[in-house]
Design a protein around this ligand. Structure first.
Ligand code: 5AD
Ligand code: FES
Length: 357
């Protein structure tokens, strides 16, 4: 089949064979057509709307030691910080004033924030901002912990699976972490009733096209509400410091493929995408993304949440990510919506059965 026919098939059937995916992912000759098809699909469901989430990076302590991550435990050069409950609430206040109705509390796996502490913070946000969605992104926890966060008022949880292939997972993580546990966490979160976000890095060390196809298959099984992907970006204080960054074009191609596979998904134009190219996030939106996640953390700590090098939005000029993004989104031909921004659901029964395809 020709690549243009493969794109048409993906558009109509939301699925391809492994060899068709491989053909599509390994050529850049049809990117324009692919982005156009994805943008058409996105506009048919979400119009030109882009949802915003206010990201609060509240701790960069982490007990894990992922080989790619700048805040890994063994990075002695990382200057560590923690935000107090009051700091976090102040970020939410500021965010609310700016029109945010979703807060994403993200952090390393920091044992200082016990379940009780997290539940206390969440309950306080829930009671002060009843019309907002609360998202947690604090890594792998027991099902009981996830249930307690949910009962305290958390609605959504982000946990990227990073890579769905077991042997690739082991190349990116030390033995203390397991691909099975990560996947189990995601299914537990879904079972509890969270809106779940997953995703992976593009161009992480040792990644093959086959690995990426496994990622797509895993997402077909999980059916997450949100799918976050971004290019791998190197960090000098990690064991992977000598690897190349992931590719902008492959990331954009995958955003389009994901939009065609999961028409209703929330797909962010990520900070990593904005870091490898000055217009990365705008290009992400044009390729099918429909969410942006400006940083609401205090400017004083932003540089310290350094997962990778040259992260954008960390300087003084970034005090107002909100305004900056508003301009960027509209320059790309879209508009920011300040609602809670849940994923839309398919209306027709016929459509529903196909999302599992
Ligand atoms: N480059 C790009 N993304 C990274 N992440 C962690 N380290 C890096 C890196 N070096 C991503 C992971 C994680 C998310 C919070 O950030 O996918 O889940
Ligand atoms: Fe903590 Fe990677 S070391 S998320």
């Amino acid at each position: 089949m020709k690549i243009s026919e493969i794109i048409e098939k993906l558009q109509n059937e939301r699925d391809l064979s492994d060899s068709e995916f491989k053909g599509l992912l390994e050529t850049d000759a049809f990117d324009h057509l692919l982005h156009q098809a994805a943008d058409g699909k996105r506009r048919s469901i979400y119009g030109s709307e882009v949802y915003i989430r206010g990201l609060i990076e509240f701790t960069n302590y982490c007990k894990n030691n992922c080989y790619y991550c700048g805040i890994r435990r063994d990075n002695r050069n990382a200057v560590r910080y923690r935000l107090t409950k009051e700091d976090i609430l102040a970020c939410c206040e500021e965010g609310y004033r700016l029109g945010f109705r979703t807060y994403v509390l993200q952090g390393g796996e920091d044992p200082c924030y016990t379940d009780t502490v997290i539940c206390d913070i969440v309950s306080e946000i829930r009671s002060r901002f009843p019309d907002c969605a609360i998202t947690l992104s604090i890594g792998e926890k027991s099902k009981e912990s996830y249930k307690s966060f949910f009962d305290a008022g958390t609605n959504r949880y982000l946990l990227r699976h990073e890579t769905a292939d077991d042997s690739h997972y082991r190349k990116l993580h030390p033995d203390s972490m397991s691909p099975d546990n990560r996947k189990r966490c995601l299914y537990n979160l879904k079972e509890i009733g969270y809106q779940v976000g997953s995703g992976f890095m593009v161009g992480s060390p040792y990644q093959t096209t086959e690995n990426l196809i496994s990622d797509l298959r895993f997402l077909q099984d999980l059916q997450p509400d949100m799918i976050g992907i971004g290019p791998y970006i190197t960090h000098e204080d990690t064991p992977f410091s000598s690897f190349e960054n992931g590719s902008l074009n492959l990331t954009l191609r995958l955003i389009s493929v994901l939009r065609l596979m999961f028409p209703y998904a929330l797909i962010p134009a990520t900070t990593a995408l904005g870091t490898i190219h000055p217009q990365g996030r705008e290009l992400g939106l044009k390729a099918g993304a429909n969410v942006v996640m400006p940083n609401l953390s205090p400017v004083s700590v932003r540089k310290l949440y350094s997962l990778y090098e040259n992260k954008i939005c960390t300087g003084e000029e970034a005090a107002q990510c909100r305004g900056c993004l508003e301009r960027r989104v509209s320059s790309a031909g879209y508009r920011i919506i300040t609602s809670i921004g849940n994923a839309k659901r398919s209306q027709s029964k016929n459509d529903d059965t196909r999302t599992t395809g």
